[in-house]
Design a protein around this ligand. Structure first.
Ligand code: C5P
Length: 228
């Protein structure tokens, strides 16, 4: 693989679970015809791969080795949905489960795992540009990004959105249980010693609690245009 080009523009969208980062990042990338990095999917993949190999309780070095060895590929299906591949298997629906999200946040707290995924993430920086979503895109992975967004929404609103998303898929989970999961995950992501969830000093804060997807997308596109 060729080295990532520091001249290629990057837009980072960081924030807590359920703030809408994934949807917004995809819309912004499509509008600007840029590549997309869903970094959360990489941490979810590590959790999934570790579980499948019976290594959930393994030590940091073993889990980091799993992260370094993963054969990952992203593609798009005919409906325009992201597909994630682990080796020859399409694992997108397993990755979206709450269990996988919780496993992801556990392995993401291990410094050696974060280090193992760094090169893979930087490799997504290819012309004409990249929109990267996650927790530490602006602070750690792409500190020189042209535009950094920290997208938030109240915990209640994030739980409500996730509840609706799961209900639409026919999955029945209580709103209270989801709120607890979201709060646990927020706490773990913000309190970990390595790459904790926090806005980069030069990030623009955007609260999506009372905004539509279109309004949030347009705000970011306007900001991107100001910088051109
Ligand atoms: O964004 P998503 O919910 O898919 O991320 C799953 C988990 O992966 C997060 O809760 C977080 O612990 C971890 N993560 C991370 N750094 C990133 C992206 C995700 O630590 N850049």
């Amino acid at each position: 693989m060729t080295a990532p080009d520091p001249e290629v523009p990057v837009i980072t969208i960081d924030g807590p679970s359920g703030s809408g980062k994934g949807t917004i990042a995809r819309r912004v990338a499509e509008a600007l015809d840029m590549h997309l990095l869903d970094s959360g999917a990489l941490y979810r993949l590590v959790g999934l791969a570790a579980t499948r190999q019976g290594q959930v309780g393994a030590g940091e070095a073993e889990i980091a080795a799993i992260a370094a060895d993963m054969n990952v590929r992203f593609s798009m299906n005919d409906a325009g949905e992201e597909q994630v591949w682990l080796g020859s298997e399409e694992v997108s629906s397993e990755l979206r489960t709450e269990e996988c999200g919780l496993m992801a946040s556990r392995v993401a707290a291990l410094p050696a795992v974060r280090k193992a995924l760094l090169g893979l993430q930087k490799g997504f920086r290819r012309a004409p540009g990249l929109v990267a979503d996650g927790r530490d895109m602006g602070t750690t992975v792409f500190p020189d990004a042209r535009l950094k967004i920290f997208l938030t929404a109240s915990a209640e609103e994030r739980a409500r959105r996730r509840h609706k998303q799961l209900n639409d898929k026919g999955i029945d989970v209580s709103l209270a249980a989801l709120s607890r999961d979201i709060e646990d995950r927020d706490r773990r992501d913000s309190e970990r010693s390595v790459a904790p969830l926090r806005p980069a000093d030069d990030a623009r804060l955007l609260d999506s609690s009372n905004l539509t997807i279109e309004e949030v997308t347009q705000t970011i596109l306007d900001w991107a245009q100001e910088l051109d």
